[in-house]
Design a protein around this ligand. Structure first.
Ligand SMILES: Cc1cc2nc3c(=O)[nH]c(=O)nc-3n(C[C@H](O)[C@H](O)[C@H](O)COP(=O)(O)OP(=O)(O)OC[C@H]3O[C@@H](n4cnc5c(N)ncnc54)[C@H](O)[C@@H]3O)c2cc1C
Length: 416
């Protein structure tokens, strides 16, 4: 008998960072060995399409594929610089390809997990159907990281030819509500281009990475460069902007070239690899519950830290906690994937400041790293700081713009 829609217990629609993290967590737990799991993604993940950086302590559970780690981070502003030991954290880098290969290696040993490379054209949340080029599939539960509500990413351009997400395409759900219903949404983008640069030995200090270098021209925006040295002759140098819109393609290359010559004195080097990325920085209230048979995860589920764009460690941690609870209770509880309200409120206010005064980013980050221990700032960004520590943090940057942003964001804060 040919089934019209092959049936699975769980479908992961999108098998990037969040989909693969979830697949890995499910596959390694005895409680889910009987579940038929299907992974769908249009990309076979055979290229190093991104590098993930994050800070972590020894107690954090990390994948065994760290590419490089640093104990020291440098921070630069026009009138300030600091070389910071970030203990108990270390700053780590994972190459996308290493992560994908590691998870695929684990999943290959699980007969209950099937992977299909195909483009998903839509999801019927109520029927539990996923429509793809390879036919449609049904499941009791679908974890979506391929489609987003509302356009949170820019439209494709020559700079940004293919957005990683398709917008608002979940079928069988109500039309997305008007933006005014949500309150004052902030939609900034973190856009960046990185070069892996190879040059003369002795150029880079492999013991320290540059977390943020704000000495570059800000052009009325929040712009910085970070440098991740792999050795004394090789580094990933990344030019990053927090702003509402992308730049023309050549502007990223010009900024990288200028940084290498003006701040590193480099004119002779080869560019071995490039990466380009766009991450949403928004207070859009991502759907946090289960809609029909769909639970949104990853960027589509609001996993990206809105004020920093970091998502890697958060994704692993959220998924691990969620699956722990699911295994114990027998029921998936998507509320476990949501960050505490207070931190979403801080993010919202910070984003409002950056939207109203995009030029203030350098001053705000400088005030944080000037006045506070780096580990405290990192713990705050990890949403692990205490109430008293949060008070110290919010009193570090200039008060005026934050008070105005608080008032502007009031209607939004109650909807987060
Ligand atoms: C270049 C780059 C660098 C980044 N660096 C960092 C970093 O250093 N640190 C950090 O914390 N975060 C970083 N991020 C942010 C974040 O960690 C990543 O974006 C992360 O991959 C998000 O996980 P995700 O599962 O939501 O999305 P993804 O990993 O992008 O997974 C979504 C998957 O859905 C698939 N998909 C989409 N549409 C369809 C469709 N129609 N049919 C089939 N499949 C589809 C895609 O192929 C993709 O595999 C970076 C992002 C980018 C783009």
């Amino acid at each position: 008998m040919i089934l019209e829609h092959p049936k699975y217990d769980i479908i992961l629609a999108g098998a990037g960072l969040s989909g693969l993290s979830l697949a890995f967590e499910l596959a390694r737990r005895p409680g889910f060995r009987q579940k038929k799991i299907l992974l769908l993604d249009r990309d076979r993940k055979q290229k190093n399409d991104r590098t993930w950086c994050f800070w972590a302590t020894e107690d954090d559970h990390l994948p065994p594929v760290l590419f490089r780690s640093w104990e020291y981070c440098r921070f630069y502003a026009p009138d300030f610089e600091k070389n910071m030991r970030i203990a108990p954290f270390r700053y780590h880098m994972v190459r996308g390809i290493d992560f994908y290969n590691w998870v695929f290696g684990e999943l290959d040993q699980c007969p209950n997990v099937t992977r299909i490379s195909t483009t998903i054209s839509g999801i019927d949340a109520h029927q539990g159907l996923v429509f793809t080029d390879a036919g449609s599939f049904s499941a009791d539960l679908i974890f979506n990281s391929a489609f987003t509500h509302t356009p949170i990413m820019p439209r494709p351009t020559p700079v940004y030819p293919q957005s990683p997400f398709s917008d608002d395409r979940l079928m069988g759900r109500k039309k997305i509500r008007g933006e005014m219903e949500y309150g004052p949404l902030v939609r900034l983008l973190q856009h960046f281009k990185g070069w892996v640069v190879k040059t003369n030995p002795g150029t880079f200090d492999p013991a320290a990475m540059t977390f943020m270098d704000f000495r570059i021209p800000q052009q009325g925006e929040t712009r910085f460069v970070y440098v991740l040295p792999f050795s004394d002759s090789e580094a990933l140098v990344e030019f990053t902007v927090f702003s509402p819109t992308l730049l023309p393609l050549e502007a990223y290359d010009t900024a990288l070239r200028n940084y290498l010559s003006d701040f590193m004195g480099l004119t002779t080097y080869t560019v071995q690899e490039e990466e380009f990325g766009v991450i949403p920085m928004t207070n859009f209230p991502f759907p946090s519950g289960q809609e029909g048979r769909v639970i949104n995860i990853g960027t589509a589920g609001g996993f990206v830290k809105a004020s920093s764009g970091y998502a890697f460690k958060r994704t692993l941690q959220k998924i691990e906690r969620f699956v722990d609870a699911w295994e114990k209770s027998g029921l998936p509880d998507p509320s476990r994937l949501v960050s505490p309200w207070s931190f979403r409120a801080f993010d919202s206010i910070f984003l409002q400041v950056l939207q109203s005064h995009n030029e203030l980013g350098a001053e705000i980050f400088t005030s944080l790293f000037k006045k506070l221990p780096p580990a405290l700032v990192l713990r705050f960004l990890d949403e692990q700081s205490t109430f008293a520590e949060n008070l110290r943090l919010v009193s570090a940057p200039p008060a005026g713009p934050f008070l105005r942003a608080f008032v502007q964001q009031m209607p939004m804060l109650f909807r987060l």
